[in-house]
Ligand binder design. Structure first.
Ligand code: XLS
Ligand code: NI
Ligand code: NI
Length: 441
């Protein structure tokens, strides 16, 4: 039964109208009801709205205050505003047709004067969110704790040099896990926040990394204890806010998790903008995670490559997304993960409908990329090329290398008898042109 509540958006619910439609407030490629391989597009894409950007973003930047004024923000009592904001958020989730949402504890509820009071306020807002989830059918993709905004976390949370701050962070994660469970969250995310350092003059790197591992271990133990079955996800990022973030990229995190025996507990939440900040492509990070069986979820955004920080823009680059999608589909999809729009409006995008245009663009670009990627994989031309490129490892001494049945003496014999290897083209330009035939016909 739908609960009747005041409407905050004049924009009507967004419908699929197809590629020919001239209506900017309609989907051109994302048809949630379309069935592909026995699953609806909505089920394939599992789109999610990021509460912190869509409903806490004001357009402020280091040079000036917010520009985006929302009607539901009016009011003196921050708890009443938080509840009203939640109504607005669920109206938006429903109108844009996103089946999931994501939040940090402090996005949805203001902090009180003490931890106990903050927990109480959070419970109140979570109870309201639970009602709205029930009324709308929108589900929680993941929850997380904000361990980076409050000044107490200025030197990190799990990697803070002060054990008191560590304990505070532990208490906050404990509560965030409880409310994520309460809301049926399918995953729980750990983004490193300020887990890193500015200078080694005041930092014991080894102890900090061990503390981070201890925090993650305790989180996993507690999740088990309370019956939270969602997937734990690490979200790598190389820098910002600290100069040296410990969770630099997927490869670094895999090494870290294996060092501390945590690799079975975690998968990755890969953010496009974080990948490029690390000097990688989005697809690279997906492939590294997938190769380790640790591909979990996506924070769908993009950065401005001319800038060196996390600009969190909506991604409409179909080429980049198509490449990413081929890797995701080949890896068997995202499981309990989804595509979460960890992206914000540009500062001058002050209209309410800008929030719709932004998400429509992101959803359409991903849906189109998904379809192109499926075609590419169905035709198998790139896969066939790659397969042939490595075929010398399918038989003979190549196979023996892969199956660990050879050694240097044997391989020396091979090299002496076969002589100089013939050069085989990597055919990059040919392959790039082939990719363009899928993108542009
Ligand atoms: C910041 C991160 C953050 C996480 C959630 O750069 O992307 O938004 O997704 O803590
Ligand atoms: Ni993110
Ligand atoms: Ni980010």
């Amino acid at each position: 039964m739908k609960k009747k509540s005041a409407s905050f958006f004049t924009t009507p619910a967004i419908a699929f109208e197809g590629p020919q439609s001239a209506n900017a407030l309609a989907f051109k490629h994302y048809n949630p009801a379309e069935i592909i391989d026995g699953k609806t597009m909505a089920e394939h894409m599992r789109f999610s709205i990021a509460y912190w950007h869509a409903f806490r973003g004001t357009g402020s930047d280091p040079f000036g205050p917010g520009t985006i004024i929302r009607p539901w923000e009016a009011g003196k009592d921050p708890v009443a505003v938080a509840l009203k904001r939640m109504d607005a958020a669920f109206e938006f989730f429903t109108k844009i047709g996103a089946p999931f949402w994501c939040f940090h504890d402090r996005d949805i509820a203001p902090e009180g004067k003490s931890l106990a009071e903050s927990n109480k306020i959070l419970d109140k807002v979570v109870a309201h969110a639970k009602e709205l989830q029930k009324a709308t059918g929108v589900k929680l993709l993941w929850g997380t704790a904000n361990l980076f905004s409050n000044p107490r976390f200025m030197c990190g949370a799990a990697t803070n040099p002060d054990a008191h701050v560590f304990a505070y962070a532990a208490a906050q994660i404990k509560k965030a896990l409880e409310v994520t469970l309460e809301l049926g969250g399918e995953n729980y995310v750990f983004w490193g926040g300020r887990e890193g350092y500015e200078t080694l003059l005041n930092t014991n790197l080894k102890r900090e990394q061990a503390h981070l591992a201890a925090m993650l271990r305790m989180a996993a133990d507690y999740a088990k204890e309370i019956g939270f079955k969602g997937q734990f996800l690490i979200e790598p990022k190389p820098k910002e806010p600290t100069t040296h973030q410990y969770d630099f990229d997927c490869a670094t995190c895999i090494g870290f998790l294996r060092t501390y025996g945590l690799e079975k507990i975690f998968k990755f939440n890969i953010e496009t903008n974080h990948a490029t900040l690390a000097g990688h492509t989005f697809q690279h990070e997906i492939e590294v995670a997938a190769a380790a069986g640790m591909l979990g979820s996506i924070d769908a955004n993009t950065g401005n490559l001319l800038l060196g920080w996390d600009t969190d823009q909506f991604n409409t680059d179909v080429k980049e997304l198509t490449l990413a999608m081929t890797s995701i589909i080949k890896a068997g999809g995202l499981g309990t993960g989804g595509f979460n729009f960890d992206a914000k409006l540009r500062r001058p995008s002050v209209d309410a409908d800008d929030l719709f245009h932004a998400h429509i663009g992101g959803m359409d670009a991903y849906a189109l990329a998904f379809k192109i990627a499926r075609k590419i994989l169905a035709e198998g031309k790139f896969e066939q090329f790659v397969k042939e490129r490595y075929s010398s490892f399918d038989t003979g001494f190549g196979k023996e290398i892969e199956t660990k049945k050879t050694n240097f003496r044997e391989l020396e014999k091979v090299a002496l008898s076969l002589g100089e290897p013939t050069l085989k083209s990597g055919k990059q330009e040919y392959l790039e042109n082939l990719l363009n035939t899928y993108l542009h016909g």
